[in-house]
Design a protein around this ligand. Structure first.
Ligand SMILES: Cc1cc2nc3c(=O)[nH]c(=O)nc-3n(C[C@H](O)[C@H](O)[C@H](O)COP(=O)(O)OP(=O)(O)OC[C@H]3O[C@@H](n4cnc5c(N)ncnc54)[C@H](O)[C@@H]3O)c2cc1C
Length: 401
């Protein structure tokens, strides 16, 4: 008989894990707290590891990417405190193989993956359902599930429970211990949303960076979609940041910068956005991601946070790898963690450095980071411009890029 796995959470990690497990011969069942799919979302960089994992999961053909085409002069601008713009090194300029997507693009591709095809059955998904209690016995895990719609609770047995329920995972709390044991507070906030339209006088594909000590605003231009905004700031008083409406919190954090037209446009766009993410920034650090028949994946296990820009790539990779050793569960989870942990550790460490690029901690750091990036930009843009000219010369006459 096929072994059954309960996957808690219909996010990128949960769907990746379900597909990985199904490929290895398991029968996964996903329970999701929300009443329906979360299809929208913010801008995401996918690293080559994530793109490879999407291919391993068989969903690469469904994944829509939105990288703007590079043009001489570049697509990215930084705006200084006097409102002057100058060319900047955008993350998509560097030859790093990054893919620009919306969270909803990955979600949609994974959804196609879990709804099945000619050779694989659809994964069962139960919305508005959460685990209330998890008890491991000799031969399996007994989970008390609650249906939020009816209020009904029922018990069900599984051979494995996968906690893919995000940074504030309830599976982690129930099985491994309280959040305080694993969540490191980065004393910073994030707000992200899709803008209705680009900042006036910039092209839709342009990215714009307004970076000041301790607060920064990034607009990510896309090829075939309105840009996404990503705002972040450092703060010591995280609990206070959740008091009152989040839009007021964000406006207060950027007060004094809003005489700049870019900042004003982005803040006004936040008011018009149908939804937005507003949250404190943390990392999750655990000495081990599994115990017995319960394993955590994605942000629940190793949230590296938004500055790392590796959360979705690592979730895809971690989920895909979960199904690689189907037979002996203990050995399988050991091998999975041994294979994955060095990669996660190095990415987690690099997030502190990346944070300085996204939001410098002080004026001297800002000056240092922008000077280094300007040097790199000149080299990268020179190379890309030469490639662009060579490609244009090689194109059949009359063809346009
Ligand atoms: C603003 C922002 C920008 C980001 N940018 C990038 C980027 O550029 N590159 C990148 O790779 N990553 C980025 N990330 C991170 C990335 O989005 C996540 O790491 C990735 O989506 C993996 O999330 P997850 O599936 O582990 O958790 P989540 O996306 O949090 O999903 C968890 C799911 O579990 C459900 N759930 C929670 N509790 C329960 C429960 N008790 N019972 C049932 N279901 C439950 C939730 O409703 C949710 O559907 C960014 C994140 C943010 C917030």
């Amino acid at each position: 008989m096929q072994k059954r796995a309960l996957v808690v959470g219909l996010g990128i990690a949960g769907m990746s894990a379900a597909i990985g497990l199904r490929r290895a011969g398991w029968t996964p069942v996903i329970v999701e707290r929300a009443a329906e799919r979360r299809t929208g979302g913010y801008f995401i960089f996918m690293f080559p590891e994530g793109v490879q994992a999407a291919a391993d999961l068989g969903i690469a053909d469904h994944l829509h990417t939105r990288n703007p085409e590079w043009r001489p002069g570049g697509n990215s601008w930084s705006v200084d405190h006097r409102g002057r713009r100058k060319p900047a090194l955008g993350l998509l300029d560097a030859p790093s193989g990054l893919a620009a997507v919306l969270r909803g693009d990955i979600e949609a591709a994974l959804w196609q993956g879990i709804t099945g095809n000619a050779t694989e059955d659809a994964v069962e998904v139960r919305f508005a359902t959460t685990p209330v209690d998890i008890t491991e016995g000799a031969g399996g895990v007994r989970v008390l599930l609650e249906d939020a719609g009816t209020g009904k609770q029922y018990r069900e047995d599984f051979d494995l429970v996968v906690g893919a329920d995000g940074m504030r995972s309830s599976v982690r709390r129930m099985v491994f211990g309280p959040d305080e044991d694993y969540l490191a507070n980065w004393k910073a906030m994030i707000c992200a949303f899709q803008m209705k339209e680009q900042v006036p006088s910039y092209e839709a594909s342009h990215s714009i960076i307004v970076s000041r000590p301790k607060r920064a605003m990034w607009v990510f231009g896309l090829a075939d979609h309105a840009p996404c905004a990503w705002l972040t700031y450092r703060t010591d008083d995280i609990p206070d940041r959740f008091a009152g409406p989040s839009i007021e919190q964000v406006r207060a954090a950027f007060s004094g910068m809003d005489d700049d037209p870019v900042v004003r446009h982005v803040l006004d766009s936040l008011e018009q956005a149908p939804d937005h993410v507003f949250d404190s920034i943390h990392q999750v650090k655990m000495p081990r991601w599994s115990t017995g028949r319960v394993v955590l994946v994605g942000d629940a296990a190793w949230c590296m946070n938004t500055y790392s820009a590796m959360g979705s790539s690592s979730s895809l990779r971690g989920g895909a790898a979960l199904g690689e050793h189907p037979d002996d569960l203990a050995a399988a989870l050991d091998a999975w963690e041994t294979g994955l942990r060095p990669y996660i550790t190095s990415q987690r460490r690099s997030a502190r450095i990346k944070q300085q690029r996204f939001v410098p901690s002080s004026r001297p750091v800002q000056v240092l980071v922008s000077s280094v990036l300007e040097l790199v930009r000149r080299v990268v843009h020179r190379r890309l411009a030469a490639e662009f000219t060579a490609a244009a010369a090689a194109a059949p006459s009359g063809a346009t890029r």
